[in-house]
Design a protein around this ligand. Structure first.
Ligand code: C2E
Ligand code: MG
Ligand code: MG
Length: 585
């Protein structure tokens, strides 16, 4: 009895122990945040742990007997069922799959499920699947992917997105040669100005409006992307010919030209557009983009607010321009520049009063090059600055040496020390460091500030607005003289002229040389000379080529003259010989 009784106690103990361990597992399963489910090989749900309710909204009893595949997103059925089938065929195998399940409220949740085949396990006899909700992670991943392919400010596709698409298009058009597409490269014309004057927030707003308007001009299959700054790229798909493209471009230009309200003001912007069409000989998408960029650049050069269509000549010219810039860089390093000196004559005494320093490039292959052949490349590349600095230094030192050799009143000179006129480009005129540099040059060459005259064009002064007056005053405070070059060709407002602390005007040679003073220009020259007298500044006539012209200028009481009639620009040795010869006109 006792034994029997003892047996019972042992069995009871064992049952209690089993019950405890079952309860432990049940509690683990029921309280797990993962869903644990058991499925028949055909997908029928036999068991779901209670956590399914917090993840998918269903109570376990609502699901028992239903097929799990009813709840899976159509796009995920294939991969999920093939994993499931693999599992069924391989006892003990484990697979992992990510699929979307329909929540009771109709939304989709991403579950990461790990399944194990326990069909032949007598205790389970089914497929056990353990699922975790990874929806938040998926959303974050999608967002990351989206961010990597889109511009943060405008939400438009970015460069990476666009280049992927373009690469695909290039490949596609190789197989389907009738499939044409076009690339538009857009750059806003005055963005920097707006950004600088109205601030970055307004600049951002402007870009948003532009992005919006661009999208409105396009069909759903076209892509507008932002490449950064104020550059936008558009891909037009399935076009018939160039006239299709031009129609879209004109629509864009019209739409972007409408006023935009920013910071309580109406802003007008324009855009320069470069166009290139797909062709089968393009190997790389980058080539297409480069050509559209070249065409855009051409549109800028030709006056902005317009479009240009790429052609191969453009490419050649760009290559030549780049070559020229490289040559210029090398020329600076190898000291290939020279200063030529053209005398400026006092018309009263007929003697040399000073010189204008004019730069020349001794090109190793092409010989002596005049400024007109390299000035615009030098200006655009910014290389003009080191060139101008060098010319200033060279000319000041030369003048100081001449002043030492040929003192005023000696046989070789008039009453005053020789002066030197040096041209400075407009980009340098706006640089604060110009002052320091001039000071340093005067100091190191020992030239008296009174002997230096800086020639600044009307354009440089007008472009720099109020800053110009400040800059001119600071320059004047150094003791140097300031001359407006090419006077009469720019757009000087005569009303503002007397505000500028200048010492002289140089009448542009187009009013003097050739038939200049002989034709109606005489009146203009006379007006400028009178204006000079009123302002109390000296007037120099450029481009004096004949005796008659000189005669007329003397009659008009113009102070100085410069031109081929007196002398062409000369190398320093020849200029020195001219001083020695001490000619009088
Ligand atoms: P600019 O300052 O107006 O210089 C006068 C130009 O007229 C010079 O051309 C000179 O050779 C030319 N010239 C002089 N007399 C006559 C004449 O009787 N008839 C004609 N038809 N032309 C005459 P150049 O040396 O070719 O220089 C052209 C322009 O390049 C200059 O015009 C100036 O704006 C710029 N430049 C020259 N040297 C420099 C420089 O070192 N720095 C900067 N920034 N610009 C320079
Ligand atoms: Mg000049
Ligand atoms: Mg001039």
């Amino acid at each position: 009895m006792a034994g029997f009784g003892g047996d019972i106690t042992e069995r009871q103990k064992a049952e209690v122990a089993l019950g405890e361990s079952e309860a432990k597992f049940r509690s683990l399963i029921q309280n797990s945040s993962d869903i644990i489910g058991i499925f028949e090989p055909d997908g029928t749900i036999r068991y779901e742990s209670p956590s399914i309710e917090s993840i998918l909204g269903y109570k376990p009893e609502e699901l028992i007997g239903k097929n799990a595949f009813e709840f899976i997103h159509a796009d995920d059925i294939l991969k999920t069922s093939s994993s499931f089938n693999y599992l069924i065929q391989n006892f003990g195998a484990t697979v992992r799959v990510e699929s979307r399940f329909r929540h009771k409220d109709g939304s989709w949740r991403f579950l990461e499920s790990t399944g194990t085949n326990l069909i032949t396990d007598p205790l389970v006899k089914g497929i056990v699947i353990n699922s975790r909700d990874i929806t938040e992670r998926k959303i974050a991943e999608d967002q990351l992917l989206y961010d990597a392919l889109h511009d943060v400010l405008t939400g438009l596709p970015n460069r990476v997105f666009f280049m992927n698409r373009l690469r695909h298009m290039v490949k596609h058009s190789k197989r389907h040669s009738d499939h044409l597409f076009a690339i538009l490269f857009l750059d806003l014309d005055r963005f920097k100005l707006i950004n600088d004057s109205l601030g970055h927030t307004s600049g951002d707003q402007l870009l948003l409006v532009i992005a919006q308007r661009l999208t409105e001009c396009l069909r759903p299959t076209d892509i507008a992307a932002r490449f950064g700054g104020d550059e936008f790229i558009i891909l037009l798909e399935g076009i018939q010919d160039i006239s299709d493209t031009v129609r879209v471009v004109e629509r864009i230009q019209e739409k972007l030209a409408l006023p935009i309200a920013l910071s309580g003001q109406e802003i007008f912007t324009t855009v320069s557009i470069g166009i290139t069409l797909s062709a089968t000989d393009y190997e790389q998408p980058e080539d297409l983009l480069r050509n559209a960029d070249i065409a855009m650049y051409r549109a800028k050069v030709r006056g902005k607010a317009r479009y240009e269509i790429f052609d191969t000549d453009m490419h050649t010219q760009i290559v030549e321009r780049l070559q020229l810039e490289n040559d210029l860089r090398r020329a600076i390093e190898h000291h290939e520049f020279h200063v030529y000196y053209q005398p400026i004559i006092s018309l009263q005494t007929g003697r040399i009063a000073g010189f204008e320093a004019l730069v020349r490039w001794q090109h190793p292959q092409q010989g002596i090059l005049l400024p007109e052949e390299f000035m615009s490349a030098a200006q655009e590349s910014g290389l003009i600055i080191p060139i101008d600095e060098w010319v200033l230094h060279k000319a000041c030192r030369q003048t100081q040496q001449w002043q030492e050799r040929f003192s005023p009143g000696s046989d070789h000179l008039g009453e005053q020390p020789l002066t030197i006129n040096v041209n400075i480009c407009s980009s340098r005129f706006s640089q604060q460091k110009l002052l320091g540099h001039i000071n340093q040059v005067l100091h190191s060459t020992g030239l008296d500030a009174q002997s230096l005259k800086l020639e600044i064009t009307e354009g440089a002064i007008m472009e720099n607005g109020d800053n110009a007056t400040v800059m001119l005053k600071q320059l004047r405070n150094l003791g140097i003289k300031l001359v407006i070059d090419d006077f009469g060709t720019g757009y000087s407002s005569l009303g503002r002229l007397h505000h500028f602390p200048i010492n002289g005007l140089k009448i542009d040679q187009s009013f003097i040389s050739g038939r200049g003073v002989a034709s109606g220009n005489l009146d203009i020259v006379e007006t400028i000379v009178t204006l000079g007298k009123k302002l109390g500044v000296d007037v120099t006539a450029e481009g004096v080529e004949t005796k008659q012209q000189l005669q007329k200028l003397r009659e008009l009481k113009c102070e100085y003259g410069q031109g081929y009639f007196f002398s062409k620009p000369l190398e320093s040795k020849a200029a020195e010989a001219l001083i020695m010869a001490n000619p009088q006109w």
